[in-house]
Design a protein around this ligand. Structure first.
Ligand code: BES
Ligand code: MN
Ligand code: ZN
Length: 495
């Protein structure tokens, strides 16, 4: 899909669908919507609003044919909701709504006005960025395995933001370029997660990481990982015939002002291991590499976004399977930092792989470590699908990540990391156990990881809920969401 900013008036915008908007409660529209109302002889104010009672509620749409009064074939009015609650996140959301409506109408060429920059009072470049993100995220589909493609919705070929003011076009195109790049990162991650586990093995994930332009990538094979002492990670991989791959990607600009590690959980499938999951819980477990998809998605677009920050992306990729060499409850493992861990539930595998990844990040002498993982069902129980959990040993880092999330339309909710959570990880024979109590399960996992981060400022984001949706929510269609990509990119760009 081509996406661009074009200078001109709506009266000249030739397209299949023209997207305009309406704030809640507006009776006489002004600005661009007002101009379209005028061109349509007052149809919007006198009929759509007055008679049809279309009130501009958030994400409600109204379709209107233009009967040749405008070069556009049809107009889609999208409700922006209450003007006091309007922000850049709403722009992303309504753009996605209108985009889907235009698809249903089989539009090939779509024009939209620049939502938010009129009475919304927002910065035009930011608005354009949100529009591009909304459109590109909404355009995503994963149908490579369908022999008959669903033709109910068309592929929109061209999506243009129409703006009268010539001076704004450069800003618009800058915002569009940034938004499109970020959304490409999101969609890249979604492709990796939607790919079935039989295809996206640890080896395939490693290959994908190696193929990224402008990123250097080192793959640490099993033998070398053994030499490095990654006993926690390698134990998880033992039950599978797929070889584990420890992936280390680097983005290194000249004169970097900071050095950050981003670690993604990369369980390409989590059966639970010998503590096998029931089928209902196992069925979506190809998504247990969503954290790694997020960091690979981020790395795929960093060379285009060009932040002045050195980024190390790390994934300890493997499968958790109950094969005959699988690790067992009661086993004692030694992690890279020489800490010993007693296995009490083989389904708490993610934290073991992350433990060695965090130790490895510490050997790189990074300033900060951020890990992102589909780590606990407890986090899904606590927060549902609409927020990720976050814990950390450094409040500034946690706050910065929460803000970066809000900026990109991703919610992060901080959970406490009281030392008491460590209590249930006491072991009689090793330094500690790794699964512990179900009560406060997300925090127990967090306190376990904190023991490996040691003094490095560290934060852990649990995306178990938002990584996967079974129905459309806002701009996100069901399936893999690419959770965390926008948060991490915004965090890096804001440093
Ligand atoms: N991958 C799961 C967590 C998960 C659950 C992700 C639901 C996405 C949706 C993780 O490896 C796991 O199994 N965690 C256990 C931990 C427990 C054994 C301490 C869990 O949450 O039940
Ligand atoms: Mn598990
Ligand atoms: Zn898992």
């Amino acid at each position: 899909m081509k996406i661009n900013g074009i200078q001109g008036s709506l009266a000249e915008a030739k397209c299949d669908v023209l997207i305009i908007n309406l704030f809640k409660g507006v009776i006489t529209p002004g600005g661009a919507t007002g101009a379209v109302d005028k061109a349509l002889d007052g149809l919007i104010s006198s009929y759509v609003i007055k008679k049809e009672k279309f009130e501009g509620e958030l994400n409600k749409t109204y379709v209107l044919p233009t009967y040749g009064k405008l070069p556009a074939d049809k107009v889609v009015i999208v409700g922006l909701g209450e003007s006091e609650k309007f922000d850049l996140n709403k722009i992303r959301e309504v753009t996605a709504t209108a985009y889907r409506k235009a698809q249903e109408l089989k539009a090939k060429k779509v024009c939209t006005i620049l939502h938010g920059a009129g009475i919304g009072g927002l910065n035009p470049e930011d608005c354009a960025q949100s529009i591009a993100e909304g459109a590109v995220i909404a355009s995503y589909k994963f149908d490579k395995y369908k022999s008959k493609k669903d033709d109910k919705n068309t592929n929109i070929e061209e999506f243009s933001i129409v703006e009268l003011d010539k001076d704004k076009i450069e800003q618009l195109n800058k915002g569009i370029e940034k938004g499109k790049t970020i959304a490409d990162g999101v969609n890249f991650a979604r492709d990796l997660v939607n790919e079935p586990a039989c295809e996206l093995t640890p080896a395939k994930l490693a290959q994908t990481a190696q193929s990224l332009q402008g990123i250097s990538c080192k793959i640490i094979e099993k033998n070398e990982a053994q030499k490095l002492g990654m006993g926690a990670f390698l134990s998880v991989a033992k039950g599978s015939s797929e070889p584990p791959k420890f992936i280390h990607m680097t983005y290194k600009p000249k004169n970097a002002k900071a050095k950050i590690a981003i670690i993604g959980k990369g369980l390409t499938f989590d059966s639970g291991g010998l503590d096998l999951k029931p089928r209902g819980s196992m069925v979506t477990m190809k998504d247990d590499m969503s954290g790694s998809a997020a960091v690979v998605g981020v790395m795929s677009v960093l060379p285009k976004l060009k932040p002045d920050v050195e980024i190390h992306a790390i994934v300890a990729a493997c499968e958790n399977m109950p094969g005959c060499s699988a690790y067992k409850p009661g086993d004692v493992l030694t992690a890279m930092n020489k800490k010993t861990i007693e296995v009490d539930n083989t389904d708490a595998e993610g934290r073991l792989t992350l433990a060695d990844a965090i130790c490895y990040a510490n050997t790189l002498k990074v300033d900060k470590i951020i890990d992102i993982a589909t780590l606990t069902g407890a986090c899904v129980v606590a927060l549902g699908r609409f927020a990720s959990g976050i814990v950390g040993n450094n409040q500034d880092l946690v706050d910065d990540l929460i803000n970066a999330g809000n900026e990109g339309g991703e919610r992060l909710w901080q959970l406490p990391l009281y030392e008491e959570y460590f209590g249930s990880l006491k072991s009689d024979i090793a330094d500690f156990k790794h699964a512990g109590s179900r009560e406060g399960g997300a925090q127990v996992a967090g306190i376990f990881l904190s023991k490996f981060a040691e003094d490095t400022p560290w934060a852990h984001i649990d995306i178990a809920g938002p990584a996967w949706l079974d129905k459309n929510v806002k701009e996100m269609p069901k399936g893999a969401t690419g959770a965390g990509v926008r948060t991490l990119i915004n965090y890096i760009l804001d440093l």
